[in-house]
Design a protein around this ligand. Structure first.
Ligand SMILES: CC(C)=CCC/C(C)=C/CC/C(C)=C/CC/C(C)=C/CC/C(C)=C/CC/C(C)=C/CC/C(C)=C/COP(=O)(O)OP(=O)(O)O
Ligand SMILES: O=P(O)(O)OC[C@@H](O)CO
Ligand SMILES: [Mg+2]
Length: 230
């Protein structure tokens, strides 16, 4: 099992976006703890395979966060499987996972599978639209969702997803409190070292995504900010 509990900082690369070789090298050699490959829309087998093979030039661990059954590519170190805690469309709760097990069951190495209790907190994110995510009304509700994930479903990870916008630290704190011993990933809208450090002081691992494509130097500066924390 990959040691995700030691990760403090990760970059998330989207197979549907373009990154040149020099930028990819800087990301992979940045000192980040892992590269997560994933995205909501436009993720295909071919663009995932292409990105994975380019990342594989470097020693950094690479994991695939599966969002489509058409894009399950062998060769990653581990596979993150989201379970969307606040999916309003029940077809996103377990149906893809049942299909996945029917299709890939014979090939699964269970010690490579890591399940994430996914809590979608930005109603404007693509993933919120896709899953018809229910709004999180307040910190008490965020804490309760985290407890559903960890105390009731006994999931090892809570992923608080603000994809595209910077989150509310009080909601992140509530999630962390509800998650107890489980591991908390925070992702969304981190664009500065200060934001990275602020979220890293609450969550166990921070995930930096979109800024990679908008401002590479800003993205790289988040690594040192997090590694100095906690
Ligand atoms: C041969 C081989 C390699 C075998 C491996 C076996 C294996 C791992 C099999 C998988 C079995 C299985 C149980 C599969 C089910 C996987 C599946 C399709 C689950 C559904 C996941 C799900 C609910 C997806 C919904 C979307 C989601 C939560 C995506 C997560 C990623 C995400 C939110 C990224 C952010 O995207 P981004 O584009 O940045 O966001 P914006 O749109 O807001 O910008
Ligand atoms: O792209 P950003 O907003 O940095 O979010 C990171 C990650 O949580 C997306 O799944
Ligand atoms: Mg993204």
């Amino acid at each position: 099992m990959i040691d995700y509990r030691s990760w403090r900082h990760t970059f998330k690369l989207d197979p549907d976006k373009t990154i040149d070789d020099d930028s990819l090298e800087l990301i992979c050699e940045s000192g980040t703890d892992a590269i997560i490959v994933g995205g909501t829309y436009g993720v295909t087998f071919d663009n995932t395979l292409e990105l994975m093979s380019r990342i594989r030039r470097y020693a950094v661990p690479a994991v695939l966060e599966i969002s489509s059954l058409d894009a399950v590519v062998p060769g990653f170190d581990s596979y993150l499987i989201p379970l969307v805690l606040n999916a309003g469309d029940p077809n996103w709760m377990f149906a893809p996972h049942v299909s996945g097990l029917k299709t890939y069951g014979a090939y699964i190495h269970w010690d490579e599978i890591i399940t994430e209790g996914y809590l979608i907190a930005n109603p404007q994110a693509g993933v919120a639209e896709l899953t018809s995510a229910l709004p999180i009304t307040d910190a008490a509700e965020a804490k309760a969702y985290a407890q559903v994930a960890t105390k009731i479903c006994r999931l090892p990870i809570v992923y608080l997803e603000y994809s595209g916008t910077y989150g509310d630290p009080s909601i992140v704190k509530a999630c962390k409190a509800g998650a107890d011993e489980a591991h908390v990933f925070y992702g969304g809208g981190i664009r500065t070292p200060q934001q990275a450090a602020e979220m890293a002081a609450i969550a166990d691992t921070v995930v930096v995504g979109n800024v990679i494509y908008d401002d590479l130097q800003a993205a790289l500066a988040t690594v040192g900010a997090v590694k100095g924390e906690k």
